[in-house]
Write a protein that binds this ligand. Structure first.
Ligand SMILES: [Zn+2]
Length: 90
């Protein structure tokens, strides 16, 4: 399992939260290649299927997302959940 540098993902604590105002808004850095993302190459991806009201998202280059395999994407997304649980449990 890959270890994530800092928090390259964001989340909402409740479904009623405004889209522009996530609880944590990550920097414009690609989760997959860990490089800066120009605004016109950015894709924001929601992570589904997590218990509770929280929802997670991350940013990637469009081309990184397109060339990633399903397995790679699943790995990255489960790293997000692991990282979140490890750093946000009291
Ligand atoms: Zn990238």
């Amino acid at each position: 399992m890959k270890k994530l540098p800092d928090k390259l993902y964001g989340w909402y604590d409740s479904p009623e939260q405004e889209v522009e105002k996530p609880t944590y808004n990550p920097p414009m850095i690609c989760l997959f290649c860990v490089k800066k993302i120009p605004i016109d190459e950015c894709r924001t991806v929601s992570v589904m299927g997590i218990a509770s009201d929280k929802s997670f998202f991350y940013r990637v280059h469009k081309k990184c997302h397109e060339k990633a395999t399903d397995n790679e994407i699943i790995n990255y997304e489960s790293s997000i959940i692991d990282n979140y649980q490890n750093t946000n449990t009291p």
